[in-house]
Write a protein that binds this ligand. Structure first.
Ligand SMILES: *Cc1c(COP(=O)(O)O)cnc(C)c1O
Length: 375
């Protein structure tokens, strides 16, 4: 260890982006003036409109968090049976499928960007398959055209977990325009936050009232009748206020993430045994994470590098680990996915947040270079 490289204050893997306090307070004053704190308040409605425009999507519905938004999306499609999904995601994706009474069928991932391997989907389709739930992992778009073709051929619904992909655009379209429904997480750890929060985006306007009904106990937004066993997943005005503040600086923040990303990339790309994701020019990216895979050629294991970084007060994260089909309650009933299994045991994400200075990133890279060469 080189003592001079130790940080005095812990460098965490992520930090929430907070707006200027005064700006937030001015919105909070609006809440007091309106005397309206939740249930489709004026700030909620304003954020919905602004988000439709920023995300370049036809429709947005806002939720209290991303996970419940995903459960509402699944419920709204009246699905039954098996859902083909990826094991390389945050456990929320898998749990939302299970909580909706559906069976997750795990499809392995590709080695390039760790998204669902579109060449392996068709083999898993049975007469019980009703949908594909894919994830734009780390914000890199799935092969949406291949998924669309398969879905058309077998008459399947497509839901994207776009939790990481806020602001990503593909072929001049918002990433949320693809599939039947996409879910964005607006949690404090994500690229854009409303403290906690979630959004569904969709083209079919028939979902408008359905989502409003399902997120408000199953009550019809027009007549107030109880139509279904809905849940409570509404976004409140304090969340919407945070969202309106943070939307003002989103492009600036993505640029700042890009600076951090490029600094890591240039410092680490030539290290033997390190595998980085190639960001393609074909899409507008949001630089949500900096994932790093340590291959067998690397002199140090993922777990040991994470431990070594902790001695310098740097906290990286095993993300995603374990693969979702390797948690206790699924391991026995799921077929193995060797690529996802291997990647989940060798991947880590490095600190990445607005406010992380170039000097700090350089210092983290110097620590990594030293620790990798030591072993
Ligand atoms: C964060 C996340 C979720 C859950 O979103 P919340 O807003 O935290 O409920 C779901 N899927 C993925 C891939 C995530 O990263």
């Amino acid at each position: 260890m080189i003592k001079e490289l130790k940080f005095e204050e812990p460098i965490l893997v992520t930090r929430p982006k907070l707006p200027e306090c005064d700006k937030y307070i001015s919105y909070v004053k609006d809440i007091w003036n309106n005397n309206w704190v939740t249930n489709n308040g004026p700030l909620h409605n304003k954020l919905k409109k602004e988000m439709e425009s920023y995300l370049k999507v036809k429709n947005v519905e806002l939720f209290t968090n991303g996970h419940l938004a995903l459960e509402v999306a699944l419920k709204s499609l009246k699905l039954n049976g098996e859902v083909i999904t990826t094991p390389f995601t945050f456990i929320s994706t898998t749990n939302a499928i299970i909580n909706s009474g559906l069976k997750p069928i795990f499809c392995d991932i590709n080695e390039e960007d760790y998204n669902i391997d579109v060449n392996k989907i068709e083999d898993l389709i049975t007469k019980d398959t009703c949908a594909i739930v894919a994830v734009h992992v780390f914000g890199n778009p799935c092969n949406v055209s291949a998924i669309e073709k398969i879905a058309e051929k077998y008459n399947l619904k497509v839901i994207y977990d776009a939790a990481h992909a806020f602001g990503v655009r593909l072929n001049e379209k918002g990433i949320g325009e693809y599939g039947d429904i996409s879910m964005f997480s607006l949690h404090a750890t994500k690229v854009y936050n409303t403290i906690e929060g979630g959004a569904l985006t969709y083209n079919n306007s028939e979902f408008n009232n359905k989502f409003k009904m399902l997120k408000n106990f199953g009550m019809c937004p027009i007549t107030g009748e109880i139509l279904e066993s809905g849940i409570n997943a509404k976004m409140n005005e304090f969340q919407a206020a945070m969202g309106l503040c943070n939307l003002e600086s989103i492009d600036e923040n993505i640029l700042e993430r890009k600076r951090i990303y490029n600094c890591y990339y240039n410092n680490l790309k030539d290290i033997r045994g390190f595998k980085l994701i190639n960001i393609s020019n074909e899409y507008y990216y949001n630089y949500a994470y900096f994932p790093l895979v340590l291959t067998e050629e690397c002199k140090i294991s993922r777990d040991n590098l994470i431990k070594a970084l902790e001695k310098y007060n740097v906290y990286a994260r095993k993300y995603f680990y374990p693969a979702c089909n390797e948690v206790d309650y699924l391991i026995k009933s799921s077929t193995p996915t060797p690529v996802a299994s291997k990647i989940s045991k060798s991947i880590m994400t490095l600190p990445m947040y607005v406010g992380l200075s170039t000097e700090s990133v350089e210092q983290i890279c110097n620590i990594i270079k030293y620790e990798v060469s030591e072993k």
